[in-house]
Design a protein around this ligand. Structure first.
Ligand SMILES: [Zn+2]
Length: 307
């Protein structure tokens, strides 16, 4: 039997672990609640348990694992795998890679941002298959991104590259969770859409705001259009800086009717025409497994593990 790789998607609500074979076909999977309120050690313990359970279900164990990759929401230092900040977990400076490796009898562990994992998955096996220059953007509660330059995941000096959600659209705009003002995320994300709608006196969840816009509510329409335009402006800036072949837009909010299309229209109006001409804007092609697949790819493509 060839060794397995385990990919873990560590989110604010769920831990998903999938064991993959050499061809990255899923062999076994497990899921557990994150329950971040129980603290770092409990969460790390549950991640370790999920990894062991996935391997056991695949008829294997830690003796015979190639490595464990984890994609986690938040800002992560790479290659140390230190979670600098993960607001949905309530974590700051958590050495996740080292803690998890210790909990897994010293197994090789890679930890990266979930957006980098998803970008890698889409680039290798999804909508960006065969492309060398692409940006992956996810629009959900927040706005995140990951980028491939010259065929490789680009992480920057400390692992934080690709923060398209914090490109500033309006320096005098609303406060962002990052401490800045007027970032893309305060307009384009699910949470941003809800907050901007509330400023117009419209109290609804993200879906409710989109529904109100479809029903012709002028305030909701303005908020929804502003959301897609803000994303499109940031994407135009990205296109001008990096000349990508494709921008892959994933996430639940981006799937709302017309959202991606309007962002693309704004991008094409605002980017340099010669660069806008070569970029394709595509929906993500991988379903809920993108995070786990990408996490497993972190292991197979790792060349920077620091220990
Ligand atoms: Zn921000």
């Amino acid at each position: 039997v060839s060794p397995l790789t385990v990919g873990v998607d560590l989110g604010g609500t769920h831990i998903r672990a999938v064991a993959f074979d050499d061809d990255l076909a899923p062999v076994a999977r497990t899921a557990a609640p994150t329950a971040a309120e129980e603290g770092v050690n409990a969460v790390v313990g549950r991640v370790a348990e999920s990894v062991r359970a996935a391997l056991a279900r695949a008829g294997s164990d830690l003796e015979d694992v190639r490595g464990v990759g984890v994609g986690a929401a938040g800002l992560i230092e790479w290659p140390t795998g230190m979670v600098l900040l993960a607001s949905n977990l309530g974590w700051r400076d958590v050495p996740l890679r080292d803690l998890l490796s210790a909990a897994l009898d010293g197994a090789a562990v890679d930890v990266d941002m979930d957006t980098n994992a998803a970008a890698l998955a889409e680039a290798r096996l999804g909508a960006g298959r065969g492309l060398r220059h692409l940006l992956y953007v996810t629009v959900g509660t927040g706005v995140g991104g990951g980028e491939l330059l010259d065929g490789r995941l680009y992480r920057g000096a400390s692992g934080g590259a690709g923060q398209i959600g914090h490109v500033v659209i309006d320096p005098a705009g609303p406060r962002c969770g990052c401490g800045g003002q007027g970032c893309v995320e305060v307009y384009a994300s699910g949470a941003g859409i809800v907050a901007r709608a509330r400023e117009h006196g419209l109290t609804a969840d993200t879906e409710g705001v989109f529904r109100a816009a479809e029903d012709g509510d002028p305030a909701a329409t303005e908020v929804v259009e502003r959301a897609a335009d803000a994303l499109g402006l940031a994407l135009a800036t990205y296109v001008n800086l990096n000349n990508p072949e494709a921008i892959i837009v994933g996430g639940g909010v981006a799937a709302a009717p017309g959202y991606r299309e309007r962002a693309e229209r704004t991008l094409r109006q605002r980017a340099l025409p010669a660069l806008a001409d070569v970029v394709a804007v595509l929906p993500g092609a991988l379903d809920g497994d993108a995070g786990a697949i990408g996490a497993a790819l972190l292991v197979s493509e790792d060349d920077g593990r620091s220990t």
